[in-house]
Design a protein around this ligand. Structure first.
Ligand code: SAM
Ligand code: SF4
Ligand code: F3S
Length: 452
């Protein structure tokens, strides 16, 4: 039934939030392709418009309402009937309740129900009304579904879903469920298949990859997994995210010893104050974090260390915040995602009142951004005069005559496109670039030799 009604229909997916959602969108897209639907240029040409949503901060929530409502003013699609579907974390959180604020939504599917999206959409095309599915236990998980990858050279590979950590500010464990690791064989088969298809780089995904395998083997096995993935022949391996409390010495050893593992570690610190970390339920202190990164630097001296930091957690004092600034300087972060705390209903931190004026929090945020800009610039300066392998992803958004790619340290690197060359000859290829300019957010230089 599903296949026949969706064949020939057009769809578009708008994705918010983290890499988990990006990957889930690739699975939704793969499923719709397998049912005979195909991707439209945008919402105006699409019979099916899907929003993959995020609720980690309030801003993401608000953006969704605007975008879904704006679909009402779109012209009719090719088939004459447009189905609007909302998936991802807001769908999981609100379920049918979403219809109260968004009266033009037809399908709601939760984070565990991706495998059913084709049936749910078909049901609305056939019978009208609404279709809602947000069950927490499903037999088919998204990782066993067909897959439509955004690029030919890079792939997101989920190794686990969910999170058991319950950081006191965070909604993720409530909308993604408990940690569930994929079987190692399944991951290795997938990576081997990707290598055969010419994929050069993979990113292993999980909310806390360091606890990979705890539910399968009774203890974390991320280091073993890295070694096995490293033996598949994949050229570049990165992973995200790592929780400091679970980063084991054997994982640091594996990172140092496996040539394909990139010298980049994303290790969210969240705050530099042990007092705040305790209230965040992070299970490490400032000193633990600093000694952990010293251990990483001993084994991998050139590591690019990146992080997430929250400013304005309820009750954060000026002294607490200054500890975050000193930690950021000491850690010499190569980049950081900085966030202003956003109250999430249902989390323990939402119950804590905070008298700190908004302008103080904004001022702290700006001071932190300025420290991160200094440390990021210092890190990039270290690349001056070196020649590095860069995986080309496309051209610069600002200048189509410049190739743009990623260094092993996850830096954005630009170089001029050779005269008469077509960028397509370079996309997904590795090139060497001799770096002559270092900025806070990117490096640039000259091509050395050709693509490979
Ligand atoms: N599991 C990952 C980890 O612990 O590194 C992070 C996942 S979360 C999707 C990404 C980041 O969002 C977190 O590291 C945190 O800095 C930020 N975040 C989560 N909840 C937040 C909130 N309520 N307000 C502001 N930022 C938040
Ligand atoms: Fe959220 Fe903490 Fe889990 Fe990361 S580890 S997803 S911040 S609860
Ligand atoms: Fe957002 Fe859900 Fe990811 S809340 S950050 S899309 S896990």
């Amino acid at each position: 039934m599903t296949a026949s009604i969706l064949a020939g229909k057009t769809y578009t997916i708008r994705t918010f939030g983290c890499q988990m959602n990006l990957h889930d969108s690739e699975r939704v897209s793969g499923l719709l392709d397998s049912l005979g639907a195909y991707e439209a240029a945008g919402p105006a040409d699409a019979d099916i418009v899907i929003f993959m949503t995020c609720c980690v901060r309030e801003a993401a929530d608000t953006r969704l309402y605007g975008q879904v409502s704006s679909c009402k003013s779109l012209p009719d699609p090719p088939s004459g009937r447009r189905v609007i579907a909302v998936g991802g974390c807001i769908a999981q959180r609100d379920g049918e309740g979403l219809l109260k604020n968004l009266d033009n939504v037809d399908v709601i599917f939760g984070t565990h129900s991706i495998a059913h999206v084709g049936d749910l959409i078909a049901q609305v095309f056939e019978a009208g009304g609404h279709a809602v599915r947000t069950n927490e236990r499903e037999e088919t998980d998204a990782t066993s579904m067909p897959w439509h990858r955004a690029t030919t050279y890079h792939a997101w590979v989920p190794i686990m879903t969910g999170c058991n950590n319950f950081c006191s500010y965070c909604i993720v464990p409530y909308v993604r469920g408990r940690e569930k690791s994929r079987q190692t064989n399944q991951i290795l088969d997938e990576v081997t298949g990707l290598v055969r298809k010419g994929v050069r780089e993979i990113t292993l995904l999980g909310q806390n990859v360091n606890s990979y395998g705890r539910d399968l083997f009774g203890e974390p096995r991320f280091a073993d997994l890295l070694r096995e993935v490293g033996a598949t022949g994949i050229e570049r391996i990165s992973f995200t995210s790592s929780h400091p409390k679970d980063l084991l010495p054997e994982t640091i050893d594996a990172m140092a010893e496996i040539p394909a593992v990139m010298p980049h570690l994303h290790l969210a610190v969240q705050s530099g104050s042990s007092r705040v970390l305790k209230r965040m339920n992070r299970h490490y202190t400032r000193e633990d974090y600093l000694s952990l990164i010293r251990a990483v630097r001993e084994r991998i001296p050139d590591i690019a260390l990146t992080t997430d930091i929250i400013v304005g957690f309820p009750g954060e004092t000026e002294e607490d915040f200054e500890e975050t600034l000193t930690l950021a300087r000491e850690a010499r972060f190569a980049q950081a995602f900085t966030f202003i705390y956003s109250k999430r209903a249902g989390t323990p931190a939402a119950k804590i009142d905070d008298p700190t004026p908004r302008e103080h929090i904004l001022d702290r945020f700006n001071r932190l951004v300025s420290v991160i800009e200094d440390t990021a610039y210092a890190f990039n300066q270290g690349a001056s005069g070196s020649t590095m392998p860069v995986l080309i992803e496309g051209t610069s958004k600002k200048d189509a005559m410049k190739l743009m790619g990623k260094s092993p340290w996850n830096q954005t690197v630009l170089c001029p496109l050779p005269d008469g060359a077509n960028p397509v000859e370079y996309i997904g290829k590795m090139v060497d670039i001799a770096i002559d300019t270092t900025k806070t957010f990117y490096l640039s230089g000259e091509l050395v030799g050709g693509p490979r």
